[in-house]
Design a protein around this ligand. Structure first.
Ligand code: ATP
Ligand code: MG
Length: 423
């Protein structure tokens, strides 16, 4: 183990969340070991602002329930304690033993809970050294102690942090097989931190990419938001393509890819992800409905075209388009499941694209009041950019004008102006 004393690293308590500090102090005071770990320590050492602060301790979940009144136990794969403060939840995990996913699952089956959901018995917890080895990559396995303010490194994370290397802990193939989501995490961190992936960590990825199909589709959906909605979506997308992971997650989109990378689907992805990164950089909100509606817009148009042809032009375009929506979304959900409440909004946003082709009339007026107008308008603008289409540009600028003049004219302007915010 390498221990870096307080004077030799740049972590300062003033950059750590007050609530995380409270939890660490309380655990230490009660006689438990407790450390800040994961992205919090990694980002502080890199001089960046951490997204959240994770804590690990030798206190068991039962002991934490006794220690913190604001504690709730959560998690299906692993039991974690959430210490709930007003605007922040601090996640606290008990030290886990190395490579125990299988054992954990077995163990989880036999968990005994009381009627409040409290865990009554547990025995798979380990020591800090075990915990360090079961984490994913070396730079995510650094521990900051509040007792002496040192940083502890059991797996060579500090060296990799200095050199800018993403390295899986342990034998990469074994670790990917245990949890294939680690392949996604490796590419995500390489993109986010602008680091290179160690050759032995990178090598198995294209070979094992298929294992992602064994992951519950709902977990893959959650992971996909981390890939594209955390500010480095475009670079992450490039890395995912390089390692054949994007093709696995989104086979329908990849079917449209060309060797040159210039298909409309690829151009949409690039523009969409660059715009999303920009919004996040400017602290603007992002929306999974918009993300998936835009990603699958061109496959939806292709599907609608197929329906038109199949029915030898006997259907209206609107009907063909509506029929195609179900098959497009079914395809989109082949590997990862987009929750129903999101797909139903995607349907609306897509149909609004058709309605938006006409700017005047009763329907158009009503559309300005539609709460989904903003998202639909953003998709229209994005299409205009991707297709470099003067018609679509004109249409979106007309809608913008139309909206502004309705605000001026309309007495119910508050509702409309709410809708215009962040156009
Ligand atoms: P960020 O929160 O900035 O995205 P993070 O490293 O904190 O990055 P989390 O998903 O918050 O990532 O996870 C916290 C820590 O838990 C990680 O740093 C890592 O040590 C460990 N971890 C998370 N997922 C896995 C996994 N699939 N396998 C092994 N360890 C994991
Ligand atoms: Mg984190």
């Amino acid at each position: 183990m390498v221990m870096i004393p307080r004077i030799k690293h740049m972590i300062s308590r003033k950059n750590i969340s007050k609530n995380a500090l409270k939890v660490l102090y309380r655990l230490n005071k009660a006689g438990y070991e407790a450390y800040l770990v994961g992205g919090g320590v990694r980002d502080l050492l890199l001089g960046q602002k951490p997204k959240d602060f994770d804590i690990t301790t030798n206190a068991t979940p039962e002991q934490m329930i006794k220690l913190f009144r604001n504690c709730r136990l959560v998690g299906r794969r692993f039991i974690l304690a959430h210490i709930i403060f007003n605007a922040e939840i601090i996640e606290v995990a008990t030290f886990r033993r190395d490579n125990l996913i299988k054992e954990y699952k077995e163990h989880y089956k036999n968990f005994k809970f009381n009627k409040n959901g409290m865990l009554l018995s547990d025995n798979t917890f380990g020591k800090i050294e075990d915990d360090a080895h079961r984490r994913d990559i070396t730079i995510n396995s650094l521990y900051y102690s509040m007792t002496d303010f040192s940083v502890r490194d059991y797996v060579g994370g500090l060296r990799d942090l200095q050199k800018g290397i993403i390295r899986l802990i342990g034998d990469p193939e074994t670790r990917y097989r245990e949890d294939p989501v680690r392949m996604l995490r490796v590419t995500r961190f390489a993109a986010k931190l602008n680091m290179s992936i160690a050759p032995e960590t990178a090598e198995p990825i294209p070979r094992l990419a298929l294992l992602l199909h064994n992951i519950p589709p709902s977990r893959l959906f959650e992971e996909s938001l981390k890939l594209f909605h955390t500010g480095y979506g475009y670079l992450t997308y490039c890395k995912l393509c390089e390692y054949q992971l994007f093709q696995l997650l989104f086979p329908t989109l990849a079917e449209n890819f060309t060797k040159k990378g210039d298909s409309i689907t690829e151009r949409m992805l690039v523009q969409l992800l660059k715009n999303t990164d920009n919004r996040i950089q400017n602290q603007m909100r992002v929306n999974p409905v918009f993300l998936f509606a835009a990603m699958f817009w061109y496959p939806q148009l292709n599907a609608a075209e197929l329906v038109v042809q199949k029915h030898s032009n006997s259907l209206t375009y609107y009907d063909a388009f509506s029929i195609a929506i179900n098959s497009t979304l079914e395809e989109a959900c082949r590997v990862l499941t987009i929750p129903k409440k999101i797909t139903s909004l995607i349907k609306d946003i897509w149909k609004l694209q058709l309605y938006m082709s006409r700017i005047y009339g009763k329907r158009a007026k009503k559309l300005l009041l539609n709460p989904k107008f903003r998202v639909a308008y953003n998709l229209l603008m994005l299409r205009a950019t991707v297709e470099n289409s003067p018609e679509l540009r004109k249409l979106s600028s007309n809608w913008h004008q139309h909206k502004i003049s309705s605000i001026k004219k309309n007495s119910i302007h508050t509702k409309i102006s709410n809708n215009l915010i962040s156009l």
